[in-house]
Design a protein around this ligand. Structure first.
Ligand SMILES: Cc1ncc(C[n+]2csc(CCOP(=O)(O)OP(=O)(O)O)c2C)c(N)n1
Ligand SMILES: [Mg+2]
Length: 417
């Protein structure tokens, strides 16, 4: 083993973490294709987030006020599939065994709308990170439009896991800059700072100071040296959640292919199966007792599945708030349903401004008038409802530009582009 230490499974936490690792290496091995290293290194972070912090209900992946989880490095998909199966989403063990097979629910990279619980399609590095920024913006916007002082029906965090490859991409930089500008305190990034990328050490092509860059963007930067320790990860997550005015990046020092005697900390584990022999050696090093591939210890499954009951309870709490909200604010509640179901009232298109080719110049500003003319009730960032009318021609423009970091009654400035 090159660096790092392997902690034998002495506790239920270790048993659960190793369950993610073994499922990931077994699935990649069976498919003879895939990326085992990142899921093995990120298993402690995934386990800690999903079982201790994430607000989710495996029985209802579409519950509107769930926390969002985005796996930006889609190549680490077996981490996500393991978590979905283990915590009780509608993703069977058979689907895990069919990883990367035609028609399965477990494609090489996660696909939105295909696998229950996958929040967005990821694979092109950096894109998931940017999507997460968009989700956090959406959360703030919805909260500003719909929450009332006595009833907060929108109050969730967005978590994104990303790797070196994501942070090399320009799209992630642009999105991170915007998130910092807007002070998106409910956006939390877990960065897999494993020092390895597809071609080898990050020394080859990625030596910038990531922490300093994010600090300059206006993010809270939290460094966790013990990136495989669930308690250290949980502490960092709590610190991140406590910072309401800035997004947070948690830089986790991890080991790609954690536990593998010959592949840990090596790019060999990035995108190839470990090999049958190495898997046996790794399982022995982890203190894994199960005999066959894909075996899941009952104790570990029981622990993970507690998420089902907890999730149902948390959603039930939200539902009771929502019911009170619908009674007290029936019009807003209607608008909320319309927004969620993307319902456009009949005849909305009649309110679009008309342009003819001779109108010059084809100024891009005119394009902005389109979405401003949506018919029907239009929820405003100040929580009031307005009916369509002449004023809508300049709906957004008439909104005051309220400074960043104001969670209520805030309005984004879309004039950045
Ligand atoms: C935009 C884009 N460029 C290239 C790739 C191909 N690719 C997939 S994973 C990867 C390396 C990612 O490195 P890292 O995030 O460090 O993952 P790790 O090796 O630590 O698992 C690359 C270049 C991609 N998926 N998307
Ligand atoms: Mg890496």
């Amino acid at each position: 083993m090159s660096k790092g230490t392997v902690k034998n499974q002495s506790s239920i936490d270790d048993l659960c973490i190793n369950t993610i690792r073994t499922l990931s290496m077994d699935a990649v091995q069976k498919a003879n294709s895939g990326h085992p290293g990142a899921p093995m290194g990120l298993a402690p972070a995934g386990y800690t987030l999903w079982t201790r912090v994430l607000k989710h209900n495996p029985s209802n992946p579409d519950w509107p006020d769930r926390d969002r989880f985005v796996l930006s490095g889609g190549h680490a998909s077996m981490l996500l599939y393991s978590l979905l199966h283990l915590t009780g989403y509608d993703l069977s063990l058979e689907e895990i065994q069919n990883f990367r097979q035609w028609g399965s629910k477990t494609p090489g990279h996660p696909e939105y709308g295909h696998t229950p619980g996958v929040e967005t399609t990821t694979g092109p590095l950096g894109q998931g990170f940017a999507n997460a920024v968009g989700m956090a913006m959406a959360e703030r916007h919805l909260a500003a439009c719909f929450n009332q002082p006595d009833h907060a029906i929108v109050d969730h965090c967005t978590y994104v896991m990303c790797g070196d490859g994501d942070l090399m991409e320009g799209v992630a930089s642009e999105a991170a800059s915007l998130a910092g500008h807007l002070g998106l305190g409910k956006l939390i990034c877990l960065y897999d700072d494993n020092g390895i990328s597809i071609e080898g050490s990050t020394d080859i092509a990625f030596t910038e100071k990531v922490g300093k860059r994010f600090d300059a963007y206006g993010w809270q930067v939290i460094k966790v040296k013990a990136g495989s320790d669930p308690d250290a990860i949980e502490k960092a997550l709590k610190e991140a959640k406590a910072e309401a005015g800035k997004p947070s990046i948690i830089m986790l020092k991890t080991h790609i292919a954690h536990g593998s005697p010959h592949k840990q900390d090596s790019a060999d584990a990035h995108g190839s199966p470990l090999g049958e022999e190495e898997i046996q050696l790794t399982k022995a090093a982890l203190g894994w007792k199960e005999k066959s591939p894909f075996d899941i210890p009952k104790k570990a499954l029981d622990k993970f599945r507690k998420c089902v009951k907890t999730g149902e309870k948390v959603e039930a709490g939200w539902k009771s708030t929502y019911q009170k909200y619908t009674k007290k604010y029936p019009e807003l509640a209607d608008a909320w349903v319309n927004a969620l179901t993307r319902f456009m009232p009949k005849g909305w298109e009649n309110q679009l401004p008309q342009f003819t080719p001779d109108q010059s110049p084809g100024h891009p500003r005119r394009i902005g008038q389109g979405p401003q003319c949506r018919g029907g009730y239009f929820p405003q960032p100040d929580g009031r409802l307005r009916r369509p009318g002449a004023f809508q021609q300049n709906l957004y423009r008439r909104q005051p530009r309220i400074p960043k970091n104001r969670l209520r009654r805030s309005q984004y400035s879309f004039w950045r582009a």
